[in-house]
Write a protein that binds this ligand. Structure first.
Ligand SMILES: Nc1ncnc2c1ncn2[C@@H]1O[C@H](COP(=O)(O)OP(=O)(O)OP(=O)(O)O)[C@@H](O)[C@H]1O
Ligand SMILES: [Mg+2]
Length: 508
């Protein structure tokens, strides 16, 4: 890395929104050939800084230099002309268009006044192959998994140009193998002299891939550090605003297994439930006051189980006993009437209603269950919303803020609040802490344990083994749409789970 090769120099940039100072005199210096981590809690200002840099929002004060020249962009198009490509936090592809069209949208190669399909598809295949992907680029983007869609978005960003590549939480929906694939690409781009700005909440990834780190807290610039010289504990302390001397990592971890004491009655007894093409027959018991974890790689069947139990998908075979009685969960409405709650993993498509306020989003599920003819009073709505804003520490100036103005992690908390507000007796959480910072993650894990102690039965799905281990009483390990084994007590250990996932299947 060339020390003097400064591509972008952000100096004392500030940006306010009504009621929020999102950026307060922030600095950031990105060099060619480096991967620069941008870290901070939910709402710290990371995404806002990127949007100001790329011209999506105007800045209030401060200066930005690009290769030493003053630089001010008024549109993302101009950013692209300068060689700045950005992948925003929420994937922005057009689901119905093909992979190729998405990669070249707005810049389609033309021939005789028409889109040159042969060229577009050929170019797209080449571009996709640079990432070691092998997919049919003529298929609609929606026919691929979220993970593949993310890689398509990265391909598009790379094709637009590249002096600077900005990635806002690109790995939050990728599994380990896909992250490795992305990092391979990032390392190659780095060798080519590209400057990469990388936002993530995964501490391991930051240490694996970045050269330097800039930390923001509550919109303020905290510091710039060389990754190798910054102990993890100090990084976390800077993000949380705690003194590293008095702050220990144990504080952020969930309860230990020894502290747990509980075995409740069985709430759900699932027998040989099967859905052809999505989940092989499985047995599962879920007890009151217990957190049951589902571990396994992305696509192993974790979400499929959740969808079956919540009535989103119908099973072809098998039974579900609820409190000992055979029950058919034929739709989410049925599930909700039995006091089930499901917090889905894909908050943009299945959860958040962007134009409604934080309050309206929080009371939505509760109101739906009550029926539209029994509306909650305005006062009751505010009471409920404020309770969960406080409980989950949702950063918002008020409960009447439009939810789209919240940072990504805080939107996630709003969805969790929505389902907690229904006071369920069975709660399904699918990747509830994705995109959530370390502090809030620990809070949510604590909350889960607290709820289970109050008798709630919880099904907890997470790609992060550490948190499954910290939160769960039992863990069912899945691979290839099958439950391979169940671990409990002493057997709940990272190596055991990994071994099961990696084990040879005797039936194959
Ligand atoms: N368009 C907007 N209108 C009003 N407030 C906004 C807007 N965009 C962001 N904010 C506020 O600015 C602050 C910073 O948000 P930002 O999205 O930059 O956080 P972040 O660091 O990216 O967090 P996360 O890790 O959760 O993605 C938050 O308090 C957010 O609510
Ligand atoms: Mg963000």
């Amino acid at each position: 890395m060339d020390q003097n090769n400064v591509l972008i120099d952000i100096k004392r940039v500030s940006k306010a929104f009504p009621g929020v100072l999102a950026l307060d005199q922030v600095n950031l210096c990105l060099r060619g050939g480096e991967v620069h981590g941008l870290m901070g809690e939910n709402g710290a200002g990371k995404s806002t800084l990127i949007k100001v840099l790329t011209g999506l929002y105007p800045r209030d004060t401060g200066e930005i230099l690009f290769e030493g020249e003053p630089f001010s962009l008024s549109s993302p198009q101009e950013a692209a002309d300068h060689g700045l490509s950005t992948l925003y936090q929420e994937i922005n592809l057009i689901p119905a268009l093909s992979v190729a069209e998405n990669i070249y949208i707005g810049r389609e190669p033309m021939r005789f006044g028409r889109i040159d399909w042969k060229q577009i598809n050929g170019d797209a295949s080449l571009a996709i192959r640079k990432l070691d992907l092998d997919i049919d680029v003529t298929q609609p983007v929606s026919s691929y998994s979220v993970a593949i869609q993310q890689l398509v978005a990265i391909t598009r960003a790379l094709e637009i140009s590249a002096k600077v590549l900005i990635l806002d939480e690109p790995t939050s929906s990728l599994d380990l193998a896909e992250v490795a694939q992305l990092f391979k690409v990032i390392r190659k781009l780095k060798e080519d002299g590209i400057g990469i700005l990388f936002v993530t909440h995964f501490i391991d990834q930051v240490y694996e891939i970045t050269d330097r780190i800039t930390v923001l807290r509550n919109g303020a610039f905290i510091g710039e550090y060389e990754t190798q010289k910054l102990p993890r504990i100090e990084l976390i302390a800077h993000m949380l605003g705690k003194d590293p001397e008095t702050f220990s990592l144990e504080q952020t971890a969930g309860k230990t297994q020894q502290e747990k004491t509980k075995t409740g009655q069985t709430l759900l007894d699932v027998k040989q439930l099967e859905r052809k093409g999505s989940m092989m027959a499985f047995d599962l018991t879920i007890n009151k006051g217990e957190v049951l974890g589902l571990a396994g790689l992305l696509g192993s069947g974790r979400t499929e189980i959740a969808r079956l139990l919540f009535g989103i998908d119908r099973s072809h075979k098998g039974t579900i006993l609820l409190d000992g009685e055979e029950t058919v969960i034929s739709s989410p409405r049925k599930a909700i009437s039995h006091l089930f709650a499901f917090c889905p993993e894909n908050r943009k498509e299945e959860g958040i209603i962007e134009d409604l306020t934080v309050r309206e989003n929080i009371i939505l599920a509760l109101q739906a269950r009550q029926g539209i003819f029994r509306p909650l009073s305005g006062r009751r709505q505010s009471e409920i919303a404020d309770k969960y804003i406080e409980l989950l520490d949702i950063k918002t100036p008020s409960d009447s803020q439009a939810v789209k103005n919240l940072s990504g992690g805080n939107q996630q908390k709003v969805i969790i609040a929505r389902w907690l507000a229904t006071e369920p007796r069975f709660l399904i959480l699918d990747e509830p802490t994705r995109g959530i910072d370390v502090g809030a993650k620990a809070e949510i894990q604590k909350l889960i344990l607290g709820l289970s102690e109050d008798g709630l039965a919880i099904l907890f799905i997470s790609s992060e083994l550490e948190e499954v281990i910290a939160c769960c009483d039992r863990i069912a390990v899945l691979r290839d749409r099958k439950i391979l084994s169940e671990l409990s007590g002493e057997a709940i250990e990272e190596t055991n789970i990994m071994q099961v996932i990696a084990s040879k299947d005797v039936n194959q």
